[in-house]
Design a protein around this ligand. Structure first.
Ligand SMILES: Cc1ncc(COP(=O)(O)O)c(C=O)c1O
Length: 366
């Protein structure tokens, strides 16, 4: 029996990978390929093949991936980019960095992702991109979104930061939109040992531009084609990510196993539970329930050694940097409802069966 469970524990993963990781880090030190280089290239090739895309471009974070992708779509001042108000704020940072305006569309209360039925009315002559987020690992309904966006000349770019390994009808996240953006923040399903991100696409021109934009706009050293960034992935991250990519499917299977146990055990409770529509495969990045009595529920769990987290307590239209957009409370009722009810439970592949059982007992005890 255990009497406490960590919310998350990366040390266990390192203990399992130590003998693979340390020699790879040593190799980077010995070759001194610290910024970009062969380890990054090898990871990019492996990640493109994993996502089923022709190109993957390693970058310094998920945020920089989004910024570069929007620049590939020529998003700039005066343009609008449609996204969900219920995501991590990086999604809209990237829009703002381009000088464009985020336009929000409410989420579907069951998938918690951008609701395609509310998309059409939000599209204007200024809309350049729709940027749906695969929240908690579940792909947004890209087919329905594309059916509305494409005839209106609006490009679909995926925020796949939380969705490494997710798929719709067998097509992996990364290959669902014109371009996709991943984060390898350490806590992600595929996490770096520091910051990291990637862009995937099947479009050779966009891929070439993304590769230039992350590297000062250079095609040739010291010849700069356009205003660009230093968003390169570093060699250590390429080496670590290539090793970890080989384990991703097994980790995701273990996540799915734990999720299935949670869902079975909580079916008879009053909690709102994650749902996965037919034909969709979630990466199970987080396991998020909804409670009408969130504070009391969290206190109950904490007292039983079960820490929890909130992803996310405040919608983006209610965050301080976005007050100028002029939205107010009530504009996105489904997102606001979620923000007041969600609770993320302990959930990571190295959790033991005993720990899973302990979480279940604590939740059911409420
Ligand atoms: C949905 C979403 N988009 C973008 C990002 C940004 O990624 P990063 O932290 O690597 O910049 C994150 C990271 O948490 C995310 O969850």
């Amino acid at each position: 029996m255990v009497d406490a469970v960590p919310y998350f524990d990366l040390k266990r993963q390192f203990a399992n990978l130590r003998d693979e990781i340390l020699p790879a880090l040593e190799r980077v030190c010995e070759t001194c390929a610290f910024a970009g280089g062969p380890e990054v290239k090898a990871f990019e090739d492996a990640f493109a093949s994993y996502c089923g895309t022709t190109h993957a471009i390693g970058v310094s974070s998920g945020t920089s991936a989004l910024h570069v992708a929007l620049r590939c779509a020529d998003v700039g001042p005066g343009d609008e980019v449609i996204t969900t108000p219920y995501t991590f704020i990086s999604t809209t940072w990237a829009i703002s960095y381009c000088g464009a305006t985020p336009v929000f569309v409410d989420v579907d209360p069951t998938t918690r992702n951008l609701d395609p039925t509310k998309l059409e009315v939000a599209i204007t002559e200024r809309t350049k991109v729709v940027l749906p987020v695969h929240l908690y690992g579940l792909p947004a309904d890209i087919d329905a979104i594309t059916a509305i966006a494409a005839p209106r000349g609006v490009t679909v770019i995926e925020d796949a930061a939380q969705a490494q390994g997710a798929a719709i009808g067998g097509t992996r996240a990364g290959g669902l939109g014109r371009m996709a953006c991943f984060s390898f923040y350490p806590g992600k399903n595929l996490g770096a040992y520091g910051e990291g991100g990637a862009i995937t696409t099947n479009d050779p021109e966009w891929a070439a531009r993304a590769a230039r934009l992350r590297d000062h706009g250079q095609t040739e050293r010291y010849y700069h084609d356009e205003l660009a960034f230093n968003y390169r992935m570093d060699g250590f991250q390429g080496a670590v990510l290539a090793i970890k990519l080989a384990h991703l499917d097994a980790w995701n299977r273990r996540r799915a196993e734990i999720a299935a146990r949670y869902t079975d055990a909580f079916a008879s409770t009053s909690l709102g539970l994650p749902t996965v529509p037919d034909g969709f495969e979630t990466a199970w990045h987080l396991y998020v329930v909804e409670s009408d009595e969130r504070d009391r529920f969290r206190e109950h769990l904490q007292a039983r050694g079960v820490p929890t987290a909130l992803h996310y307590p405040v919608c983006l239209h209610e965050q301080k940097p976005y007050q100028h957009l002029g939205y107010s409370r009530g504009d996105f009722p489904n997102a606001e409802h979620l923000a007041g009810r969600v609770v993320s439970l302990p959930f990571f592949p190295e959790m033991t069966d005993e720990e899973v059982a302990h979480v279940i007992d604590a939740v059911r005890g409420f």
